[in-house]
Design a binder for this molecule. Sequence first.
Ligand code: NCD
Length: 308
Amino acid sequence: MDRMFHVIEAQQFDRELMGEIFSVTKEMEEVVSRYGSSILNRRIMATLFYEPSTRTRLSFESAMIRLGGNVVTTESAREFSSAAKGETLEDTIRIVEGYADVIVMRHFESGAARRAADVASVPILNAGDGPGQHPTQALLDVYTIKKEIGRLDGITVAMVGDLANGRTVRSLAYLLARYDDVKLFFVAPEVVRMKQDIKEYLDRHGVHFEEKEDLIEVAQQSDVIYQTRIQRERFGDRIADYESARGKYIVDSNTMEALPEAGRVLHPLPRIDEIAPEVDGDPRAAYFRQAHNGIYIRMALLRMVLEA
Ligand code: NCD
């Protein structure tokens, strides 16, 4: 394999590369159970986050530490880094690459990770670029589906919620398109339907998808319900639109009754109220296990981009 360098968008991963990442990820599960490793000893990862994060930043940082590496970090970079003084993203990257061997970046603008990669001499890992993409989340989502359902070919996934602004569903659609006989249902409030670019990509790649309104009917026919949060921060002052979208599709005990016994519910988290707490105790609620898989995937990615 050519050495993987930047991780910017989901389209850069084919089945073969994902297979390789997932086998390193499996190894990483064992590394964690042995309390870590020193393979990235003396390597430094910088996390540069211009938008809020809990899981993504902490799991990347924990992943680096589990591999023996070190972490330098700026959270709230929009307020606290030199961006607040007017420094361009490109200049910031030129500086930070002198301090770290890899940069994990979350930004509020779609395309920011690509811009950073264009000037960076160290790997840039996109931890979410506005409403653009979130490829490391989508990799951990696919890994979770494989682990929970046992297969990827032939699966039916219902993507629910904010499909227009949710970067995780966008990246996930690109990744799932690599597998055979995948079927996607899109269940979204009118104002946040899946965008045309993804639908055209799926058409071009022969992936069957349907836009649906009835979540119960869709649940009956799905292996996975991938629920998402309505992305309040992308609505600006369109409060009426936000209110019309929020609360439209809730996964609750009725949805769980419709979902097959072997089905699963995933969510990138954080959730607001789109999965009722009563669902948490159901063994098919896989979202907390999914979040834990983030550490293994991120260890695998760090190892693959940094190991010489
Ligand atoms: C997601 C994100 O930031 O896009 N969170 C995450 O990284 N797990 C989903 C969200 O914020 O709704």
